[in-house]
Design a protein around this ligand. Structure first.
Ligand code: ADP
Ligand code: ZN
Length: 437
């Protein structure tokens, strides 16, 4: 196994030095946060008026959590910690579900973000010899720009294709022999579904690696993409509140994602009670920025469910790892009293070889009960007119699902291309229960 680093010293630093650095940076971050209207008020209430009030990493527990709602209330500038002159960029959330949130960046913030994403990209073995086609949306959404600068800094040939326009993506991939792509897992699956229609074969391309992120997905989806394209697929995690991509990334070992602990202080809590979760148990990831100037965030509740893996990694990096994200705590669905996550359903259907590249989950009311329907596209070779085979496949999928989620869903099989596709984050779950009430 060949291991390469972007910043060897930082990435392999021993635990003790790392924690010392974290404390120094935490104190500086609290000091910085006190410059914002929002934290001055909030921390003032509990008597924190200087970074020195935090004497140890444990002391962070004195500080209240910051939530997405706090960010909305602080909109547009109550979380700005620097002079407007210092700000060189801002990213806002889409705001489709209410007031948007905003994160400001100084040049220092952008440089350190670039540095963190460059660590992740390098950890997968990508180099300046690669051609990088970035199919994440450019713009206010951080997925595009977040990796763009890192890839340039590494010296890759960057094709900023952004999302969408699938025929053009394919032409670019073939003409420039793209070796690394970055996209949502759903979009990569969609590309595969469209290849033949556009007159391409996988062999026309030179794909070696893909970075996938922005959506919850299962190990089976990774395996599926790897199998379809014959490339290595790496999980990449981030969120706009923590810059964007580059918070955590898989290394060549492809087992959980290193989270850059010199930049983010990691805590794991129970979603409902906010109690601390012991190492290794699943909880909601809570992050504190440790090197951000313009918008420092303290104990931000990500909403994402994962667990910490503190075991040493064969790559030699000392930064702990987080497991593949199960989903957001509020993705949990309760169907006829049974709790389940969409990612569990995804994991099951993606393990069935006949299942194609798209699926949908629908929940409706049927009398006093809930009805769960799982719609999957299956490969066209299955539609031979052999009804028995299709019924058999349906039963097989239903039984597999039942053993994973306890309840028995209605399974529908669809032809390739029948279900809607998305250029950015896919919408998989349609909960129609409220509307039918
Ligand atoms: P929004 O919060 O509006 O979806 P973001 O771009 O900030 O916009 O999305 C960040 C969220 O996307 C994360 O909090 C997480 O839920 C999800 N996400 C990002 N990367 C991954 C990943 N690799 N695996 C699973 N979920 C991810
Ligand atoms: Zn590693």
């Amino acid at each position: 196994m060949e291991v390469q680093y972007w910043d060897r010293e930082r990435e392999t630093m021993d635990r003790e030095s790392l924690e010392k650095l974290q404390l120094e940076r935490l104190q500086a971050t609290v000091e910085q946060a006190l410059k914002t209207v929002f934290y001055k008020r909030r921390l003032g209430k509990i008597g924190i008026t200087s970074g020195r009030d935090i004497a140890s990493l444990q002391d962070i527990e004195k500080i209240p959590f910051t939530t997405k709602n706090d960010l909305r209330e602080a909109y547009p500038d109550k979380l700005l910690a620097v002079d407007r002159d210092e700000v060189v960029r801002l990213h806002t959330s889409s705001g489709t579900t209410g007031t948007p949130t905003v994160i400001y960046h100084t040049q220092h913030d952008l440089d350190s973000w670039t540095d963190l994403t460059a660590r992740g990209v390098t950890a997968t073995g990508a180099t300046r010899a690669d051609v990088f086609q970035n199919m994440m949306t450019y713009g206010l959404f951080t997925g595009g720009l977040g990796l763009h600068y890192a890839a340039e800094r590494i010296g890759m040939i960057v094709i900023p294709s952004s999302s969408g326009n699938t025929p053009r993506q394919m032409k670019l991939m073939r003409d420039f022999q793209t070796s690394v792509i970055h996209a949502t897992p759903s979009y990569i699956l969609h590309i595969h579904a469209k290849l033949a229609e556009e007159g391409y074969r996988v062999e026309d391309f030179n794909l070696k690696k893909a970075f996938i992120g922005a959506e919850a997905h299962s190990e089976n989806t990774r395996k599926k993409i790897e199998g379809l394209f014959g490339m290595e697929v790496y999980n990449s995690y981030g969120m706009s509140e923590m810059n964007g991509p580059g918070v955590a990334f898989e290394c060549v070992c492809k087992e959980d994602m290193h989270i850059w602990e010199d930049a983010y202080l990691v805590e794991m809590v129970r979603p409902k009670t906010a109690d601390r979760v012991p190492d290794g148990e699943e909880g909601e990831l809570v992050l504190t920025t440790l090197q951000r100037e313009a918008t420092p965030l303290l104990r931000y509740r990500s909403g994402d469910l994962t667990s910490l893996n503190a075991a040493p990694c064969a790559c030699g990096r000392s930064h702990r790892r987080i497991k593949r994200i199960r989903g957001r705590a509020d993705d949990m669905m309760i169907v006829n009293g049974v709790n389940m996550y969409p990612s569990t359903i995804e994991s099951v259907i993606m393990s069935v070889p006949e299942v194609g590249t798209n699926y949908q989950i629908c929940i409706e009311k049927q009398g006093s009960l809930d009805r769960l329907t799982v719609r999957t596209e299956i490969y066209s070779k299955m539609f031979t007119g052999d009804i028995k085979a299709l019924e058999g496949l349906k039963t097989r999928i239903r039984e597999k699902l039942k053993s994973a989620i306890i309840i028995s869903p209605v399974v529908e099989l669809h032809e390739p291309g029948a279900l809607p596709t998305y250029e950015g984050k896919a919408v998989r779950v349609f909960d129609l229960r409220d509307k039918n009430d």
